[in-house]
Design a protein around this ligand. Sequence first.
Ligand code: NI
Length: 185
Amino acid sequence: MILPIYLYGQPVLRKVAQDIAPDYPDLKNLIETMFETMYKSEGIGLAAPQVGLSIRLLVIDLTPMADENPEFKNFKKVMINAHLVDSDGEDILLDEACLSLPGIHEKVARKSKIRMKYLDENGVEHDEVYQGYLARVIMHEYDHLDGKLFIDHVSPIRKQLIKGKLNLIVKGKARCDYKNKPLGR
Ligand code: NI
């Protein structure tokens, strides 16, 4: 099943998401559906608020990019009840995009190193350090769990320049090739 991606303007994208209990209904199914939805829209990561659920669940799959980047091999992850423990290292500036913000790309500064605690799809607890691009992808998705979007990290000037595009998304008039759910639909 493919779920619609909630677009910028939807209030769920601005909520701080909650941890879930181990017996959360149909969790396995939900995780599968989130992967399917992500692949269909050609994303590399998807957070539950992007499908309208305010829970601390995210999925990431970088394995399609593993040919050019050997470090992405086997990097298919489910993070449940994800919590950032620490971030440090230098700020690195790189282009980002988001399925909830179709047509928008902006450079975002993020720390090069993070430490995360989460449960995997089997309920096993992890406490892990990630660096570089992996840290970036996780933090992008993790931000969604805290009600943040990558555009929150860009300068006021850049924000002003993309305002028109943001308004189109809110009005449901932005070009978007995948199943989506703008505000009011
Ligand atoms: Ni995103």
